[in-house]
Design a protein around this ligand. Sequence first.
Ligand SMILES: *Cc1c(COP(=O)(O)O)cnc(C)c1O
Length: 422
Amino acid sequence: MYPLKQPFVTLEQLQEITKQYPTPFHLYDEKGIRENVRKLRQAFAWNPGFREFFAVKATPNPTILKVLREEGCGTDCSSLTELMLSHRCGFTGKEIMFSSNDTPAEEFRLAAQLGATINLDDFTHIDFLKESIGYIPETISCRFNPGGTFTIGESAEGFQVMDNPGESKYGFTREQLTEGFRKLKAMGAKRFGIHAFLASNTLSNQYYPTLAGILFRTAVELREETGCDIQFINLSGGIGIPYRPEQPANDILAIGEGVRKQYEEILVPAGMGKVALCTELGRFLLGPYGCLVTKVLHFKHTYKEYVGVDACAANLMRPAMYGAYHHITVMGKEDAPCDHKYDVTGSLCENNDKFAVDRMLPEVQIGDLLVIHDTGAHGFSMGYNYNGRLRSAEVLLREDGSTKLIRRAETPEDYFATMVFD
Ligand SMILES: *Cc1c(COP(=O)(O)O)cnc(C)c1O
């Protein structure tokens, strides 16, 4: 994590980079990514079977996926193309987790063909999977949804975590889990896993340990009820990042220790001290290690002060979609006082196309380069083509300071490629 929201590039570096790649583009920090994965693996090194399955949807880029593979990660997929992408990047068999929902038959077929671990979202998918692929795989996982609300009281860091599993479309109920395990066992499954994702973007070192407690107790009960051999427990995603400068970052080493405590209190005494842990982190793994680089095109002074940039919500949807905060640095003015209030806008004909509203920034000039932080996960990947806007390039800042184009920008030809002109 970069202290005080310092960008991971300097103005001088960006001036060089923008000579080669026109703005806007997403830039990723290879060094930061590798260090962060190593820290995650260190946090769970006490669990011999531990593996991170990177949530492909967060950053579906082949070069990034290959970097993650070199660092020992697998992938977590939830669609046909994500499976295909993982396969093309060299992931095979149990390096792929397929955690999907509302799943089409062809996706189960490809997942099974690749030997991926299938994580079922629903009780009825047991029969659907059997119909789709003709058998029940020997290794199978089920997603648990305990319902109700999920809260972690005021955490030590001063942030509360709350979410509503009872309102979420995912997973088996507790009763369905017992019934499902019995049914799967009768149909030939031998090795079982359980999975749950109960809260998103959590800023608390207690989220994983609390979730682990729930899953570990459930695993012990399920083994007693069904006799199933539970070999892995998947804590999924949900560890957050501090999008705002005043927010505290999660401490992954403390999180790993918190999970270890639960493991030793619950699983080990139950004779389940060999269970492997999995994670499917997206945001935590990559979010801070990407940014959107954009240039100021226009100023507009009406009822408010507007700064118009050359990126738009089609390049980064989170602010428009959820009102999400993304920190902005005006490059070269890092130490200037933030004494001007601006709305930073893109060009879409949608008034929610604003990267920031009433944001205090240093005085901005036309031509300034802005870094929009924390776009390394759920950034580029949520892009779309509204208003005929094209997806940007993705560039990797390598460990030696050089850059590599890891996805070219779309061209008008890409935009027209699927259209039918009679
Ligand atoms: C989106 C998703 C993730 C990753 O979530 P983050 O919030 O990026 O950590 C992991 N697992 C599943 C099944 C998901 O849908």
